[in-house]
Design a binder for this molecule. Structure first.
Ligand code: NZQ
Ligand code: ZN
Length: 385
């Protein structure tokens, strides 16, 4: 096991009708910037619950943070927050609203010329941030209990992640009832995103970490087991509650303790969103099986464990079990209506060369062995056709 330091200070308030507790959680005397997305919270009653809970507070609103939040939108909120001298941010929505709000929280007190530098430095230049709380409405990203945010810049077709200890939310409210208004695509995307977060932390080098492995396998298996109930569209509270807590656990840092992460599926996936507009999870469902096929020899030990402990594969060599893990994962994605090929989106190999060119230009290398360069990205993308 590798050395690690783990500290997750986010207070989680979980359960039915917990939005009413916001008033106790937001700092007394705070002037709140209330951030949200394209309006789902106004249709499903979450906005009303938030406003009722914060009745006597000073609130400035900023709506319109889009899926895959952009620098161009967030910079307007940074200007508004500075002008209004807000000192608390309450982000209400899915991962995009939470991520955009983390950038806004770090951007308001940022002393440099352009807050985009925060992203370019991957968060290293963040020295402070406005304290922030969240009300999560879409289980998927784990943003509610981690430091990360992924921001897109339309003018340069970029999508990049940053993280800083200053951008942990102070609290996150997770009310599973808020997920009842999600459509099947959003539910499917959330399940796949959470699954791939675990995969990035698990399917790497086997470092003899049985506790972390079993914890990861529990999350994989829970997602596989609850997927039919979640996807049924029924108001099944227990299934939604389990889904919400599972997705949070998938990327709150605990699974990463002492192990080596991969994150190449996400690295390549972000470029696919930037160039082709695919939703985050849609990119992951194409890239993950392709990387596993490309890296089957390096990842065989962990993939075989996945086959055995999650999908119940008992027979065959390590390599055969690893192949079964890939096959079963693709089957699982298809079972919830998630495509796994570029063909499903009409994207040709020629078009994917843009992504290869970007990796070549940046000189980035990805993966647990740091050996996924532009040439490897080309081979991986071909496996996703
Ligand atoms: O904008 P509104 O109107 O709120 O609608 C949203 C949006 O259109 C809607 N929605 C959210 N909650 C809803 C709802 N509709 C009905 N009922 C509800 N309860 O769903 C749509 C998608 O929302 P979005 O926030 O974009 O989805 P998600 O939570 O999947 O977030 C995706 C973003 O998070 C980043 C992704 O790259 C992407 O930009 N990620 C963030 C991570 C992190 N911070 O740790 C890690 C992830 O790997 C990921 O990269
Ligand atoms: Zn993700």
């Amino acid at each position: 096991m590798q050395n690690f330091t783990y500290c997750n200070p986010v207070k989680i308030v979980f359960g039915k009708n917990t939005i009413a507790k916001i008033n106790e959680l937001v700092e007394p005397g705070a002037k709140v910037l209330l951030t949200y997305g394209g309006g789902s919270i106004k249709k499903n009653g979450v906005y009303r619950q938030v406003k009722n809970a914060l009745k006597k507070r000073k609130i400035v609103e900023f709506g319109g943070i889009e899926p895959n939040p952009t620098y161009e939108t967030c910079i307007k909120a940074i200007r508004l927050g500075r002008k209004e001298k807000i000192n608390f941010i309450l982000a209400v929505g899915g991962g995009s609203v939470l991520d955009g709000s983390k950038f806004i929280a770090a951007g308001i007190p940022y002393k440099g010329k352009d807050p985009w530098d925060i992203i370019k430095s991957r968060g290293q230049s963040v020295k402070s941030a406005i304290p922030m709380g969240t009300v999560l409405t879409l289980p998927a990203t784990g943003s509610e209990m981690n430091t990360f945010a992924v921001i897109s810049k339309l003018s340069t077709t970029e999508k990049l992640a940053f993280g800083s200890p200053h951008t942990y939310p102070k609290f996150s409210i997770l009310d599973p009832l808020t997920t009842y208004s999600l459509d099947k695509k959003q539910l499917r995307n959330g399940i796949v995103d959470a699954f791939v977060h675990v995969a990035e932390e698990y399917a790497t080098v086997d470092l003899n970490t049985p506790l972390q492995d079993r914890y990861a396998e529990a999350i994989f298996k829970t997602l596989v087991d609850i997927a039919p109930a979640v996807m049924s569209g029924k108001k099944d509270y227990d299934a939604r509650a389990t889904f919400m807590w599972t997705a949070t656990q998938a990327l709150c840092g605990l699974l990463s303790c002492g192990v080596i992460g991969d994150w190449s599926t996400h690295g390549i996936g972000h470029e696919l969103t930037a160039f082709f507009g695919l939703a985050h999870a849609e990119t992951l469902a194409i890239v993950l099986p392709a990387i596993w096929k490309y890296k089957i020899n390096n990842k065989a030990a962990k993939l075989a464990k996945l086959a055995q402990n999650v999908y119940g594969v008992r027979t065959g060599s390590t390599k055969q079990k690893a192949a079964a893990a890939i096959k079963n994962t693709i089957k699982f994605f298809h079972s919830i209506g998630m495509p796994t090929s570029f063909k499903d989106y009409g994207i040709t190999q020629k078009e994917t060369e843009k992504v290869v060119a970007r990796f070549a230009q940046r000189g980035d290398v990805l993966g647990e062995n740091g050996d996924i360069d532009a040439k490897a990205v080309r081979k991986i993308l071909k496996l996703g056709l």
